[in-house]
Design a protein around this ligand. Structure first.
Ligand code: FE2
Length: 250
């Protein structure tokens, strides 16, 4: 199975609008997703957790195309493997995520094999990206650092200037020791998938409300210019998306 890929034009404009509506009509307040790992800031977002029926409804919209791409349906049925969603969130990202994996002991069905993270870009003011590396953790309970990673592709890959800029908030991968960063632009209509075990991050950009102070590993307001009162506010959404996490039942 491919570790990460995108499906272009997976959703029609109507389907994207429908998913937008599901978020808007969901009568839940946004909570702050304040992601940390061993006390270090990973990223910040405003989120609404999806109730089960919305999670299943969205998964059903993309299911056929996802299964077609994840492996073949026939291979999956021969091996009696099927993939199912365990968790979904509508996210409005305000500080980009640094490198991490999507596996945590607190997650639903932790005893089942991790499936894919499925990111559905929604309509947004800005077009940002998700970056995925061809690398997995050796010990998933330990940090993402070069000693704890199996690099599955040329570790000596030289970053381009763009790749350096997009990953400038990432702490360990900045050392350029983890191979090529694969950049997936958030184009509404496309769906981006990576195996939950693979190291990934948001792209960095000057459009986020907060940036990561990599010296102290704390969020800092992203100052747009020198004028007083010119800070962005949390209402200026950078990156909107729906994210589904899946597992394999064997
Ligand atoms: Fe993630």
């Amino acid at each position: 199975m491919k570790p990460f890929f995108s499906i272009q034009n997976c959703l029609s404009l109507e389907q994207i609008k429908h998913i937008d509506q599901l978020e808007n009509k969901l009568e839940t307040l946004y909570h702050t997703g304040h992601y940390t790992d061993r006390g270090q800031a990973l990223g910040l977002s405003k989120e609404k957790d999806m109730p089960g029926h919305i999670l299943n409804e969205i998964y059903d919209i993309i299911k056929d195309k996802v299964e077609e791409n994840v492996g073949t349906l026939s291979a999956m049925s021969r091996a009696k493997v099927f993939m199912y969603p365990t968790y979904g969130v509508f996210s409005r990202s305000v500080m980009p995520m640094t490198e991490h994996i999507d596996i945590d002991k607190s997650h639903i069905d932790y005893n089942k094999s991790p499936g894919y993270s499925i990111l559905i870009p929604l309509t947004s003011n800005y077009k940002e990206s998700t970056v995925v590396w061809n690398a997995v953790k050796k010990d998933i309970d330990l940090d993402v650092n070069p000693e704890n990673l199996d690099i599955l592709e040329d570790p000596d890959y030289t970053y381009t200037k763009d790749e350096n800029d997009l990953t400038s908030h990432c702490v360990h991968t900045k050392s350029n020791l983890v191979g090529k960063p694969y950049v997936f632009e958030h184009t509404p209509g496309d769906v981006i998938l990576w195996n939950r075990k693979y190291v990934h991050a948001s792209s960095n950009s000057s459009n986020y409300d907060y940036i990561l102070d990599t010296k102290h590993m704390t969020p800092e307001l992203n100052n747009l210019d020198a004028n007083p009162g010119s800070f962005k506010t949390l209402d200026k959404v950078v990156k909107r998306f729906a994210l589904l996490l899946t597992r394999f039942e064997r």
